[in-house]
Ligand binder design. Structure first.
Ligand code: KIV
Ligand code: ZN
Length: 541
């Protein structure tokens, strides 16, 4: 979808889950997982997907290229690649974005005195010249160029106006104002956006965008104040994941603009009662997208998280329950269905056939290859033998588990068996198939059944690591529910996550651990085989 600055009469949603979001410790995604998330973001209706930082690594380059190819269609969102204001970064972004119908290069350089003095070791005049030159270079590859003065929230506004004016004159069609360190407060951010509107002479030739971190928990509030003062693009992530305390959460921004439309409408020159949506997001896709991102990144959602937390629509106090039974409006400002949290329907059972299975998956938005469908159908039949009624959430759990979280050519869990109890020493035996196809069996004792399984797996895979997080959640209610296990482990200074689902939580725990170790193992293998990238500066943001 083509975006022209002069036609923006609503809020553009720029999703950076796959770039800034992936900078969360342990949230590393492989290319297939990024593609799955990108497809879902397109279904959600985001305007721009920042798919990655192509120069950062060959994996990032490939992910941006494949997303550009598959999701960057004529009707699809704009696909964006991040680039520092350097020739090599901009060229890499341009190359990776080539297959997209609408590709955007997002280039940035810091403008705060603190960054100039300690990080860049450059003068203001040098930064001005680089910004201008690199925006012009990006423009030689694509019409759609975004420029960010990094750490704008702590930059001198007068210098900021000058840099922005020069970037727009050189061809930037979006100017993004990042509160990189999450320092600014809502009224200050609103005033900064107003200052830009009032003092940058050519500002009408670009969309004003905002990007902000949540170090003080103010990112969403800051953005809403920015919208009131003229910002028309919001850079956000699903579940608010991202560097340090994360980014502004997409679901919170979108639902604030949706639920409080009457309040925000006048800032868009509309009558308060206008029913026209302020974003193009299909809000019924929010819950599903949130679960997908949480499962694939291993970043759990706190129960009291706004919009998508498990308690967000739960009423505990008797007074509230009584009120809601009499009229939902007493204590609910939005409907759970508006974010796609529909009643968990019972859809299939033991006698359901392959066609019914395929058709329901299609309705849920999963279009699987024949091979993945076969694998998922076997899992479904297996589950239907144990559990009489299968719901949509069960289906989602097995499909994601079977098709998305496995590392191809990794270790495969063949068997796991545990003996435990209050008078027994927990003992586990595991059999794993190695990437070379060899079956290895080992056994270990532990402080509990999961510990015993993990010790046995460690004896086979043998890569040092420390388990730092382990969580089990049930997908549905009931004693026969599927349990989803999410773990995070640390090796040296990196964190790896693993996720798996099964009605037997010991099997799910073993599988989640193998999934995380496979990610770790791939990185360790690549490090020992690949020559280091030839870079003059470290490729981190
Ligand atoms: O936080 C930040 O400043 C960024 C920029 C690259 C936009 O992520
Ligand atoms: Zn950021």
């Amino acid at each position: 979808m083509k975006i022209h600055p002069s036609q923006v009469d609503r809020v553009l949603i720029f999703d950076t889950t796959l770039r800034d979001g992936e900078q969360s410790p342990g949230a590393t995604l492989n290319v297939d997982e990024k593609l799955t998330i990108a497809r879902q973001l397109a279904r959600l209706g985001v305007d721009v997907i920042e798919a990655g930082f192509p120069f950062a690594s060959p994996g990032d380059f490939e992910a941006v290229q494949r997303i550009a190819e598959t999701v960057g269609t004529e009707e699809g969102p704009v696909i964006c690649g991040l680039a520092r204001a350097t020739v090599q970064d901009i060229k890499a972004a341009a190359e990776a974005l080539k297959p997209a119908v609408y590709g955007r290069i997002h280039t940035f350089i810091a403008t705060s005195d603190i960054h100039l003095k300690y990080k860049l070791k450059k003068t203001r005049a040098e930064v001005l010249a680089i910004a201008e030159e690199m925006v012009a270079l990006a423009k030689s590859y694509t019409e759609d160029v975004e420029f960010s003065p990094e750490d704008a929230g702590r930059s001198d506004p007068e210098f900021l106006y000058e840099v922005l004016a020069r970037a727009i004159a050189a061809g930037a069609t979006t100017i993004n104002i990042p509160d990189t360190v999450g320092y600014i407060t809502p009224s200050e951010f609103g005033a900064l956006i107003k200052g830009i509107k009032d003092n940058v002479a050519n500002v009408d030739q670009a969309v004003i965008s905002v990007h902000g971190h949540n170090d003080l928990g103010l990112a969403v509030a800051n953005f809403l104040e920015a919208v009131k003062n003229g910002a028309r693009q919001l850079e956000c992530t699903i579940n608010g994941i991202g560097e340090r305390a994360g980014n502004a959460a997409l679901e919170e921004l979108v639902m604030a603009l949706h639920v409080r439309r009457q309040y925000f409408n006048p800032f868009f020159g509309r009558s308060p009662d206008s029913e026209a949506p302020l974003t193009h997001i299909d809000t019924r896709q929010i819950y599903k997208t949130s679960r997908l991102v949480s499962n694939l990144t291993g970043m759990l959602i706190q129960p009291n998280k706004a919009i998508v937390g498990s308690n967000a629509f739960a009423h505990e106090s008797g007074i509230h329950q009584d009120g809601v039974l009499k009229n939902k409006l007493t204590y609910e400002i939005m409907d759970a269905q508006s974010i796609g949290l529909v009643d968990n329907q019972i859809v299939l059972g033991k006698h359901s056939g392959r066609n019914a299975f395929r058709a329901r998956l299609k309705e849920l938005g999963f279009e699987l290859s024949e091979q993945d469908l076969n694998k998922a159908f076997i899992r479904f039949k297996d589950l239907a033998d144990k559990k009489k009624e299968i719901s949509d959430w069960d289906l989602e759990a097995i499909v994601k588990d079977e098709t998305q979280t496995q590392v191809i050519n990794g270790f495969h869990l063949e068997r796991v068996q545990v003996s435990c109890g209050d008078h027994a020493c927990p003992t586990a035996t595991v059999t794993l198939r190695t990437p070379e196809g060899q079956e290895l069996t080992d056994a270990a004792i532990g402080t509990g059944p999961v510990d015993a399984v993990y010790c046995a797996i460690n004896r086979v895979i043998n890569v040092p690591n420390r388990l730092i997080e382990f969580s089990v959640q049930s997908v549905t209610a009931g004693i026969d529910a599927i349990g989803e296990v999410t773990i995070r482990l640390q090796h040296e200074d990196r964190i790896y996550s693993g996720h798996a689902a099964n009605t037997d939580i010991i099997v799910a725990s073993a599988q989640a651990y193998v999934n995380a170790l496979n990610r770790l193992y791939t990185v360790v293998q690549n490090q020992s085989h690949q020559p280091a990238l030839n870079r003059s500066q470290p490729a981190t943001v």
